[in-house]
Ligand binder design. Structure first.
Ligand code: WTA
Length: 661
């Protein structure tokens, strides 16, 4: 067992000590869409037939598929002869059925009193216009369109417009730096970039267009930049290249024929951090993805006509793609779209919105719940939360204390909590309770959904018995599965299917199953750090650091953080002649934030005359983590220079206010 895996298991042991169980509350169960185990039984008999039945019921096909799964490990197709259009499924069919006036998004801007309700009919109209606008700019089926925006209703409209004309979108989270944006635009070969003048965040303005300009300067494939006016602030303008959104849509009709897409055509690429410096771009197909997003949204979040849905993620991450845009719209759900920060103007912003809009179903990340816990119950206490019926979490394991707080203070002991496990690569949720059926255990994502088959294996790929920890793998394809990595099928095969055979998908997560068959997930076992639910690669951070003129060598590690799950701690060896000062430490943290994005800002940079290496020169990663977390370091005699470690430990303890041991 590797050191990293041992760490993971320690934490799982801690989690599993919470032994209380929570069966579905009877009032919830009485009206739940799924109340018994029949779906599990149906899927166990024939999982392909199970998905095919749902594909027939939940999706409107232009040409219904006769094919189901085709599996040539590690490549799969689902419904490969079916034809459909995702935007038609999210918009047109609802309007045609008389639901045009239903609100798709209650949009709430960050500045006070700025709100806008967008109906399905209005969203269809805006989508049609921007789709025609993109066509007018020369976007054709198969062209990639970059999107770098804040949380405004035009963002889903832009995505749906891409889907409408068959141009895969590449959304880049608005918090990423211009350099990260450039890298993603280039790797996708994006032809167009859609952005906005500025965004609002924590009461300040985010210079999206200015950052986009820098990125586009280094991305030769980008021909035109479409700019939505949001704040009206002054922005740089390139008259040959830039075009205002409002001018583009004013000149074109609202009707745009939805393209007949094959189920296997690419719907989008979405970059995520891997274990190398270069982010990879999982590529998602049209039919299987839409089905998986819609089914999981409907059944896990128990969607009814009167549901008011709020997924508080950012659309720039996969959670927003699947559970703000595609799943909810396919299911004709009314949802909330909030532009700003949960603490702006104060920490009760979310609860004020829950009360104002009568939110029934709220989905967020454990890191935010821990912040709420820290701020105390007075904030939710200011508001009437009685509309809530169901709560969810995603992105990282939730510690039982935070779970119980969520249950008591937010859900008022009435709302089941669905802890949903999935990844950018999986497209949609794979392990989760069904809230009308599953007895919950705080800290466990419970069991795989019907149709999903996972296992926990050891280094050799042998399944481990219940109670033992190992690597979480997925042992058969699912509809929302990414089809490959954009432009790098070799990396797809090697990264995900290289370990235990071509048919076994390696998730990169450690897990353990208890004697009831429940899955306890805890953290990555590769070089991925999960900060506040966001994936970052240690290598990416290290390569950013060594670009700084003062840095000779760098190593990064993820250390436990009570609020954010993990924090980034960097170790730096300076070039000869450089001296380490608190200012330089601050500069380096800022440098990484500028290179990658604020989410990657290290919590601390520690300086050593060397990095902790073995005599053969290999960085001891386990030791980095122990130093960063303030653990006892044990035997360091195998190190090249043991004094280095003492000094690093002193700096780490100082940085995190620990009394030196
Ligand atoms: C982690 C986010 C524990 C996990 C949808 C996974 C979780 C990574 C959970 C994917 C959960 C996500 N419990 N860990 N409920 N959900 N993770 O691609 O390590 O941003 O591999 O997708 O988040 O992160 P990604």
């Amino acid at each position: 067992m590797s050191d990293q895996q041992a760490d993971v298991l320690d934490v799982i042991e801690g989690l599993m000590q919470e032994s209380r169980t929570f069966p579905p509350p009877p009032e919830f169960q009485a009206r739940a869409l799924v109340r018994d185990r029949s779906l599990y039984d149906e899927a166990a008999k024939d999982f392909e037939e199970f998905w095919a039945r749902l594909a027939g019921e939940l999706i409107d096909w232009f040409t219904p598929p006769t094919k189901r799964l085709e599996w040539d490990p590690p490549h799969c197709t689902w419904f490969a002869d079916g034809e459909l259009n995702v935007s038609y499924n999210c918009l047109d069919r609802h309007v045609q059925q008389g639901h045009g006036d239903q609100v798709a998004y209650h949009w709430v801007g960050e500045p006070a009193n700025e709100t806008r309700d967008v109906s399905f009919a209005e969203l269809l109209e805006e989508t049609g216009r921007i789709a025609n606008g993109l066509k007018a700019l020369g976007v054709k089926r198969g062209d990639r369109v970059g999107i770098y925006m804040g949380m405004v209703p035009e963002l889903p409209a832009a995505m749906l417009a891409c889907a409408r004309i068959g141009a895969p979108h590449v959304v880049v989270f608005g918090g990423f730096s211009s350099e990260s944006l450039a890298e993603r635009l280039q790797s996708a070969g994006a032809k167009i970039l859609i952005t906005q003048d500025e965004g609002w965040r924590k009461g300040g303005k985010v210079p999206l267009k200015a950052d986009a300009d820098e990125a586009v300067a280094g991305s030769p494939s980008v021909e035109r930049v479409v700019v939505l006016q949001r704040t009206g602030g002054d922005i740089p303008w390139n008259a040959q290249r830039d075009v205002w959104w409002h001018e583009l849509v004013a000149d074109v009709p609202a009707e745009c024929e939805p393209a007949r897409m094959n189920a296997e055509d690419t719907l989008f690429l979405l970059h995520t951090s891997g274990t190398t410096a270069k982010p990879k771009a999982p590529q998602h197909a049209t039919g299987g993805y839409l089905l998986h997003a819609a089914v999981t949204h409907r059944l896990i979040f128990d969607i009814h006509e009167d549901t008011v849905w709020w997924c508080a993620a950012d659309i720039g991450w996969v959670t927003g793609h699947s559970y703000i845009v595609y799943g909810p719209l396919a299911n004709r759900t009314t949802g909330l779209l909030y532009e700003g920060d949960p603490a702006y103007p104060d920490w009760d912003r979310h609860w004020e919105l829950v009360e104002r809009y009568g939110v029934t179903t709220y989905y967020t990340a454990p890191t935010l719940i821990r912040s709420f816990v820290k701020m105390g119950p007075a904030y939710p206490g200011r508001h009437d939360l009685s509309s809530l019926r169901l709560l969810g979490t995603v992105g990282e394991p939730i510690n039982p204390e935070a779970w119980l707080w969520y249950w008591k203070v937010i859900g008022q002991e009435r709302c089941p909590i669905v802890d949903t496990w999935w990844q950018t690569e999986t497209g949609a949720i794979l392990i989760s309770p069904l809230p009308g059926v599953t007895t919950l255990k705080p800290g466990s994502a419970t069991v795989p959904l019907p149709g999903i088959e996972v296992d926990i294996v050891d280094e050799r790929g042998t399944p481990v018995p219940p109670g033992s920890g190992g690597f979480l793998v997925i042992t058969r394809p699912w509809p929302g599965m990414f089809r490959t990595l954009w432009d790098d099928d070799e990396r797809y095969v090697e990264t995900y299917f290289g370990e235990y055979g071509r048919g076994v998908y390696v998730t990169g997560d450690g897990a353990k199953q208890d004697s009831d068959g429940y899955f306890w997930l805890m953290g990555r076992i590769d070089d991925v750090i999960n900060v506040a639910g966001h994936r970052l690669s240690t290598t990416e951070i290290e390569s950013a650091l060594v670009e700084h003129p003062a840095v000779a060598e760098a190593a990064a590690t993820g250390a436990h953080d009570p609020q954010r799950g993990q924090r980034i701690v960097c170790f730096v060896l300076l070039k000869a002649g450089q001296t380490h000062t608190p200012e330089l430490s601050g500069d380096l943290r800022e440098f990484v934030a500028e290179k990658i994005g604020k989410i990657a800002r290290p919590a601390a940079v520690l300086f050593g005359d060397d990095l902790p290496k073995t005599r053969s020169g290999k960085i001891m990663r386990r030791l980095l983590k122990d130093i960063a977390e303030g653990h006892d370091l044990g035997d360091t005699t195998t190190l090249r220079d043991a004094d280095v470690v003492e000094e690093l430990k002193r700096q780490a303890d100082e940085a995190f206010g620990r009394t030196a041991s």
